[in-house]
Design a protein around this ligand. Structure first.
Ligand code: ME8
Length: 520
C-alpha cells in the first residue's frame, strides 16, 4: 500500500481575550469540513487550531478585568478548546502560544532570521492598533470627526515610540511578488490576491518585530528587554504545531502547510509577513492561504455593545450541531461575507434537511422495512430513469473535488443537494407505492436505486454533518470501513439482500419558535 499523501490544514489561532463567538465557530466548522473532506478522500490529514495568547490586547483586557493575563488566557483558552470539541472538530492538536514548545519554536525562527541578517535594532515611531495588533502607515489611517484616528479596519490607532527590532521586510518585496506570480494559487479567493499584490507593489517598509513597553510575550533571544511582536510568535504556531525546530520530528513531514484558513481581516499577516519570515528562515512557504468572509447578524456587525453577539454553544444547543454546521457551510459562499438569521437557519433545517433529505430517507427506507422484509431489495434491470439517477450520484465526487480545489465548500454541498432534489423527483415520478401492487419487482429496483443514491449523498455529506451522515449510513448498514470516498460510485454499490436496521428519522423539523439570545 502506498503512503497517503499528507495534507496539513490550520485555522487562525484566536485571541482568547473573550469567549468565542460565531465568527470563530464559523472558521472552525469550515476548516473542519475541509479537513474531513480530504481525510475521506485518502489524504493523511493533520489539522491544527488553537489560541494566540500574547500581545497588548490580551494585556489590556486582563487589566480591565482586574486579573492576571495568564489567568485570562487560561480561562478563555479552555472555552475555545471546549468550542472546537462541541463543534465536533477533528483537529489533531490544539496549540496555545503560551506553551513552552512555542517559546522554543519562536526563538528558533527569530534566531534564523537574525542569522540571515534580516533583523536589526532601531526605534519605531508610528501608529499601532491594539485591537488589530497591527502597525499602520499614516496614509492608511484617518482622523475622524470624533478626534480619534482609525486604521483601515476601523479600529482606533495609537502613537507608539520605542526602541524596537526590525525585520527587513523591504528586502522581500520582489521575492514576494515573484512568489505570487509563480504560485497564483498561493492566495485565495482571487480578490484577496489582487489586494495583496497591489499592497506589496506599493512598497514594503521594514516591520517592527519587538516591543519594550510590556513583557507579555516571548523574549527576544539575547535581548530580554524586548518581547517579540505578537504576530511574529502567532504565525510561528503553524510550525510549532509540527515540532519545529526539530526538523526530524515525526510531524515535520506535514510541512509546508497545504492550507491556512483565515478570515479576510488577517490576509496581510499571512500572505506578506509570514512567507517573508519563512523565506528568511530558510523554511518552505505554505501552499495556499484562503480567506473566508465575515459573518454578520442580519446584516449588522456583531458587537458586545449592540448586544447581538451570538454564543456558538447556545446556537448548537438550540438548533442542533449538524444543523448549524450545514447552515453555515451551505448558506454562505465560502470566501464571501455572510448573514446569520433565525429565519434563514430554520429555513435550511426544514427545507434542505427535514424535507428534502430526511423525508426521502425516511419514506424510502420505511417502504423497504415494510414491503421488502427489512432487507435491501434486488436491483432488477435498470430503466433510463434509474441509470440517469445513478449517473448523477456517481458524478458527484468529481464535481465536489473540483469545488474543493478552491475551497468552494458551498458549491460542493450544492452539488450534493442537487442530487437530493433529483432523487426526490425520481422517487415521486417512479411512484414505488403504486408499483407495490402492480409490479413489486420494479418497486424493489426503484427502492434499491433510491437507497444507493442516499448512500452516496450521505458519504459526501459527512464533512459537513459527520454525525447525521453516520446515522444515515448506519440505517443503510454501510460498514464503518466503507464510508470513505473510495467507496463512492460503482465500487461501493449497496448489496441486495442485506438486512437493514429499522429506519429512524435523522432530521427533525424545527418547530420551536423561541430564539437564541442575541437574535433579532
Ligand atoms: O485575528 N466572522 O484572532 P481573532 C468570521 N489571533 N470570521 C471572523 C469574525 C466574524 N465575525 N470575527 C473574527 C486573530 N473572525 C489572530 C489570528 S493567526 C496566526 C492569529 C475570524 O480571535 C478572524 O478573521 O481576532 C480570524 O481568522 C479568526 O476569526 C480569529 O480571530
Amino acid at each position: 500500500m502506498t503512503a497517503k499523501p499528507p495534507f496539513y490544514i490550520t485555522t487562525a489561532i484566536s485571541y482568547p481575550n473573550g469567549a468565542p463567538h460565531i465568527g470563530h465557530a464559523y472558521e472552525a466548522i469550515a476548516t473542519d469540513a475541509i479537513a474531513r473532506f480530504h481525510r475521506l478522500d485518502g489524504r493523511d490529514v493533520y489539522f491544527l487550531t488553537g489560541t494566540d495568547e500574547h500581545g497588548q490586547k490580551m494585556l489590556q483586557t486582563a487589566r480591565k478585568e482586574g486579573i492576571a493575563v495568564r489567568e485570562l488566557a487560561d480561562r478563555n483558552a479552555e472555552r475555545f478548546r471546549e468550542m472546537v470539541a462541541a463543534l465536533n472538530c477533528s483537529n489533531d492538536d490544539f496549540i496555545r502560544t503560551s506553551e513552552e514548545r512555542h517559546y522554543e519554536a519562536s526563538q528558533a525562527i527569530w534566531t534564523r532570521m537574525a542569522d540571515n541578517g534580516d533583523i536589526y535594532k532601531d526605534s519605531y515611531n508610528g501608529w499601532y492598533s491594539v485591537r488589530d495588533e497591527a502597525y499602520y502607515q499614516e496614509s492608511e489611517t484617518e482622523l475622524r470627526d470624533d478626534g480619534v484616528r482609525y486604521g483601515p479596519q476601523g479600529t482606533p490607532v495609537e502613537w507608539v515610540e520605542e526602541e524596537s527590532y526590525f525585520f527587513r521586510l523591504s528586502d522581500y518585496q520582489d521575492k514576494l511578488l515573484e512568489h505570487y506570480e509563480k504560485h497564483p494559487e498561493f492566495i485565495g479567493p482571487e480578490e484577496r490576491r489582487n489586494e495583496v499584490v497591489s499592497f506589496v507593489k506599493r512598497g514594503l517598509r521594514d516591520l517592527s518585530v519587538s516591543r519594550t513597553t510590556f513583557d507579555w510575550g516571548i523574549p527576544v533571544p539575547g535581548d530580554e528587554k524586548h518581547v517579540m511582536y505578537v504576530w511574529v510568535d502567532a504565525l510561528t504556531n503553524y510550525i510549532t504545531g509540527l515540532g519545529f525546530p526539530d526538523e526530524n520530528a515525526p510531524n515535520w513531514r506535514y510541512w509546508p502547510a497545504n492550507l491556512h484558513v483565515i478570515g479576510k481581516d488577517i490576509v496581510r499577516f499571512h500572505t506578506v509577513y509570514w512567507p517573508a519570515f519563512l523565506m528568511s528562515a530558510g523554511i518552505p512557504v505554505p501552499e495556499r492561504v484562503f480567506a473566508h468572509g465575515f459573518l454578520f447578524n442580519r446584516g449588522e456587525k456583531m458587537s458586545k455593545s449592540v448586544g447581538n453577539v451570538i454564543d456558538p454553544f447556545a446556537l448548537v444547543g438550540h438548533y442542533g450541531l449538524d444543523q448549524v454546521r450545514y447552515f453555515f457551510l451551505r448558506e454562505v459562499p465560502f470566501g464571501q461575507d455572510g448573514n446569520y438569521s433565525h429565519d434563514a437557519i430554520v429555513n435550511r433545517i426544514n427545507a434542505d434537511l427535514a424535507n428534502d433529505l430526511g423525508n426521502l430517507a425516511q419514506r424510502s427506507l420505511s417502504m423497504i422495512a415494510k414491503n421488502c422484509g427489512g432487507a435491501l431489495p434486488d436491483c432488477g434491470e435498470l430503466s433510463d430513469a434509474d441509470t440517469a439517477m445513478l449517473e448523477q450520484a456517481d458524478a458527484m465526487l468529481d464535481a465536489c473535488r473540483n469545488a474543493m480545489k478552491t475551497q468552494s465548500v458551498h458549491q460542493a454541498l450544492a452539488t450534493v443537494w442537487a442530487c437530493v432534489a433529483e432523487a426526490n423527483r425520481y422517487f415521486a415520478a417512479q411512484e414505488p407505492w403504486v408499483l407495490r401492487k402492480t409490479d413489486p419487482a420494479r418497486m424493489g429496483t426503484v427502492l434499491y436505486v433510491t437507497a444507493e443514491v442516499i448512500r452516496q449523498i450521505a458519504i459526501l455529506a459527512q464533512p459537513a454533518m459527520p454525525e447525521s451522515s453516520a446515522r444515515i449510513l448506519d440505517i443503510l448498514a454501510v460498514p464503518e470501513d466503507a464510508r470513505d470516498f473510495a467507496n463512492l460510485g460503482v465500487e461501493g454499490r449497496l448489496e441486495s439482500g442485506k438486512d437493514l436496521p429499522k429506519p429512524q428519522p435523522v432530521f427533525p423539523r424545527y418547530v420551536d419558535e423561541e430564539k437564541v439570545e442575541g437574535e433579532a
